[in-house]
Structure formats: structure tokens, C-alpha cells
Design a protein around this ligand. Structure first.
Ligand code: FES
Ligand code: FES
Length: 188
């Protein structure tokens, strides 16, 4: 039965060793932040960090992951304080929740090995598909995350988890409710 360390916890999967890591994480470990998009290695929604490298978990079996150190989006930080998480919020580079975890993991692995990445480096290291076309913001966010990682900038944009939606809205200007009283009335 394959054993590995997931988010700093030793795990042993009582599953067919040929099971893709993606399904072991989602179905057995209940780490559903890692998403299933294509299952073919094309979309990047399933990216996790394996021994420091961002890999597509749909393409790795748990036998191949034996003995390795895996980080999923749930383990990146407990309070959303990771520079990539903060910069993604600050640059409004988050669109749907489906692609974002894989994008964040690919970006986090890049920043770890290259904290001042060029646009070309980002395009190569973060090949994740996004139908909404978030790419220009993504490049800005990842370069900004690099500045945070290099301690040239501090960001406090992402609210910590576990707070109410109203509190979150107070913390994040973009989520503040619109004052309807100040809007022009429609129709005549
Ligand atoms: S689900 Fe793994 S790359 Fe798309
Ligand atoms: S972030 Fe999911 S389609 Fe763009």
C-alpha cells in the first residue's frame, strides 16, 4: 500500500497502486481542492507540488508517488498568507474556483525556485488552461508574489478562512456591497 507525506501528514492509501494520485487525494484523503478537469494532462487543474515540483496529479499513480512529499492547495498555507494567494487576490487574478488551485500550485512552485520570474518563465511554468483569459492578470500576480517572497512588498489582501461573508466583504474592497441608494434609477 503506497505511503507518502501529504501536507506534512504521513498517509498510506489502501487502494490499487495504479490509482491516479488525483483520485487518492480527492476520494480517499478528502482533499477536494485539487480539481479534475481533463484527466489527460492538458488543463493543469489537478496540479500539486511533489518534492518541490508542480506536477499534474492525474498523470501520477500513487505507486509513483510512494515516499514523496506532496503539497495540495489545502496545505499551501493555513491562513491564505502564501505570497501567491495574497497576490492573486490583490491583482484580482482569480476567476473560477476550478482552475485557480492548480494555477496557484504551479505559481507557488515557480516562485520557490525562481522568485523573480520573467513573463516567459511564467508562461512556461504555469501552462494551466483558463477559458476566461485571466493570463495578463496572472502574470502581474505571479511577479507581485515574487516581490512579496523577496520581502520587497507586503500584501494583506486575502481574508483568512473561516470568517463570515459579511466580514470578508469588509476586508476585501472589491466585495463591498454596492450602495443601491447612490445608483441612478433605471427606466422612465
Ligand atoms: S485533470 Fe490533470 S491536467 Fe487536467
Ligand atoms: S480561472 Fe477557471 S476558466 Fe479561468
Amino acid at each position: 500500500m503506497p505511503r507518502m507525506t501529504v501536507n506534512d501528514r504521513p498517509l498510506e492509501f489502501d487502494m490499487d497502486p495504479q490509482t491516479p494520485l488525483l483520485w487518492a487525494l480527492r476520494d480517499a484523503a478528502n482533499l477536494t481542492g485539487t480539481k479534475y478537469g481533463c484527466g489527460n494532462g492538458d488543463c493543469g487543474a489537478c496540479m500539486v507540488i511533489v518534492d518541490g515540483a508542480a506536477l499534474r496529479s492525474c498523470l501520477i499513480t500513487i505507486a509513483e508517488a510512494e515516499g514523496r512529499f506532496i503539497t495540495t492547495i489545502e496545505g499551501l498555507s493555513r491562513d491564505r498568507s502564501h505570497p501567491v494567494q495574497q497576490a492573486m487576490v490583490a491583482e484580482q487574478a482569480i476567476q473560477c474556483g476550478y482552475c485557480t488551485p492548480g494555477i496557484v500550485m504551479a505559481a507557488a512552485a515557480l516562485i520557490e525556485r525562481s522568485p523573480n520570474p520573467s513573463e516567459d518563465e511564467i508562461k512556461e511554468a504555469v501552462p494551466n488552461l483558463c477559458r476566461c483569459g485571466v493570463y495578463p492578470r496572472l502574470v502581474r500576480a505571479i511577479q507581485r508574489a515574487g516581490r512579496v517572497a523577496r520581502r520587497q512588498e507586503r500584501i494583506n489582501a486575502a481574508p483568512p478562512p473561516g470568517i463570515s461573508a459579511a466580514d470578508a466583504a469588509r476586508e476585501v474592497p472589491a466585495l463591498r456591497p454596492v450602495d443601491r441608494g447612490s445608483e441612478p434609477k433605471g427606466g422612465t
